[in-house]
Design a protein around this ligand. Structure first.
Ligand SMILES: [Zn+2]
Length: 278
């Protein structure tokens, strides 16, 4: 939890009441979608989103392809690209996925980008942030989460989100949630016909960049939000070793559409530089 947004939001008594209600009674799919829509509206208004149809269209078609093979194919999945070099991605309840341009810039093929989307999609499939709300024990946790999930914290908190690359105001997932998202994301890729090797190569790439450029680089926020990258690499290696080589070979690693997206991205003005650290 993040104390600053919580302090800001604790001033609102009516919101606190709403939070108690949500935390106490469980969250239906309809409520989840409503929360996601509300927060997405806030995020869309306040984060610098890339509007280019080629790039955004491609990310949506790849993301929807992956999501369509999950148990929550019925959600109205929406994918947006945040125009920042900071490497990160986040998911809102109800199927709203945001991936930073820094991820697109660093992905060398469709498989690498799909590994990030597949992971975020799995957070939604598993309802990780909704479960956090439902399991919230204390008022502060409920308030903090509702703040995060409904986006009512807005200005100050969302500004912080830009600084941190997207996740400052959103629910922090446990290591177990992250592991589940990796495992589910891995399966989601295979089910969509995409070679999951990109998950391994992309993790390794980020780790190399982190080791080279230090703790205040464009990849720092990724590591702050996704601790244990070494362990995650080992997990992915284990999962990969369990997929028969013939099956891996039958899955796609790249596509012409990915290459067109990258070519288009290279033509666009660079993303505004955002500080990754605090
Ligand atoms: Zn995650």
């Amino acid at each position: 939890m993040h104390t600053a947004p919580m302090r800001a939001i604790a001033r609102s008594a009516s919101l606190a009441a709403a939070c108690f209600a949500i935390a106490a009674c469980g969250v239906s799919q309809q409520q989840e979608i409503q929360m996601g829509q509300q927060e997405a509206a806030q995020v869309n208004a306040q984060l610098p989103l890339l509007q280019d149809p080629t790039v955004v269209g491609y990310v949506n078609s790849l993301g929807r392809r992956i999501a369509s093979h999950t148990s929550r194919a019925d959600l109205d999945w929406q994918f947006a690209v945040v125009n920042t070099d900071v490497v990160n991605a986040f998911a809102l309840p109800g199927g709203f996925i945001y991936v930073n341009r820094g991820v697109l810039e660093r992905a060398s093929n469709e498989s690498e980008l799909a590994s990030v989307l597949g992971h975020e999609i799995e957070h939604v499939v598993e309802r990780h942030s909704v479960k956090q709300m439902e399991q919230a024990q204390g008022a502060n946790v409920g308030v903090g989460l509702a703040c995060a999930l409904t986006g009512i914290c807005q200005n100050a908190a969302t500004q912080a989100a830009i600084q941190l690359g997207g996740t400052a105001v959103f629910a922090k997932f446990s290591r177990t949630d992250e592991q589940q998202a990796d495992e589910g994301g891995f399966r989601n890729m295979i089910n969509a016909g995409i070679n999951p090797t990109g998950m391994l190569t992309f993790f390794k790439k980020l780790l190399a960049e982190e080791q080279q450029s230090g703790s205040n680089s464009a990849v720092s926020s990724w590591f702050a939000d996704h601790p244990g990258t070494q362990d995650r690499i080992a997990d992915v290696q284990r999962m990969l070793s369990q997929v028969p080589a013939s099956e891996l070979r039958s899955l796609e690693t790249n596509s012409a559409a990915f290459n067109s997206m990258k070519a288009r991205l290279a033509q666009l003005p660079p993303a505004p530089r955002t500080s990754a650290g605090q």
